[in-house]
Write a protein that binds this ligand. Structure first.
Ligand code: PGA
Length: 230
């Protein structure tokens, strides 16, 4: 599918105040502008609108694309705390779907993920499906559809201050499993990506990354972008 490469997705998870978020986009946006680079930024829901406004004001919205970290599997209605694809439509271009933290901590099942992907597509939001090996078969449900799929082994997700990436060769075998089920998937890698290991995953054929911890600090993230763009 037509996507800039490397496709680097910053997944802030439940981090950053509005003030911190606005200062991050100024610094990272200036760097991207100079390098003609693009990224997808997935902030917490509450920060999407203020970031969108500021990105437009700074002239950065063509290259800092916004994504949600999740969407509801409900269309709309009495579902306290949920945010729907329709509400996000027009505010974000992408949404992470099926992150292992959603599956493990919030009980998301394959049937929920199918509904989320259907609703995302209905509302013109491009899904970024995240799978570990046990979920690789979910990719078959979208055989021959252009879609971003991120291979993210749970064991490789960082903990504060600790990076433990997968071995690039093992990860590339998983990427082949994904492509065997959907030859049109654009396959990303996630799990402890940082500036020291980014190139090793691009070299084995990944089209980009989903980055958690190393996307939080501006300098760490710019370091990662520098390592990935060269
Ligand atoms: P990490 O997180 O880069 O901190 O390992 C990635 C993710 O969970 O999406």
């Amino acid at each position: 599918m037509a996507i800039f490469k490397p496709a680097i997705v910053a997944n802030w998870k439940a981090n950053k105040t509005q003030e911190q978020a606005l200062s991050w986009i100024e610094k990272v946006g200036s760097f991207l502008e100079e390098k003609s680079g693009e990224i997808i930024l997935c902030p917490p829901f509450i920060l999407i609108s203020p970031l969108r406004e500021r990105l437009r004001a700074l002239g950065f919205s063509d290259f800092i694309h916004l994504g949600a970290q999740n969407i509801s599997h409900y269309e709309c209605g009495p579902y306290t705390g949920e945010v729907t694809a329709e509400q996000l439509s027009g505010l974000v271009e992408y949404s992470l779907i099926g992150h292992s933290e959603r599956r493990r901590l919030f009980g998301e099942k394959e049937k929920d993920i199918v509904q989320k992907i259907n609703l995302a597509k209905k509302w013109q939001i491009k899904p970024i499906l995240l799978v570990d090996l046990p979920q690789v078969n979910e990719v078959s449900l979208y055989a021959d559809q252009e879609m971003l799929v991120c291979y993210e082994p749970i064991s490789a997700i960082s903990t504060p201050g600790d990076y433990r990436p997968d071995n690039p060769e093992d990860a590339s075998r998983a990427a082949k499993e994904i492509l065997a089920r959907n030859s049109k998937a654009v396959v990303l890698y996630g799990g402890s990506v940082n500036q020291a290991n980014a190139q090793s995953f691009l070299k084995v054929g990944f089209s980009g990354f989903v980055v958690g911890q190393a996307s939080l600090g501006e300098d760490d993230f710019i370091g990662l972008l520098t390592a990935s763009f060269t």
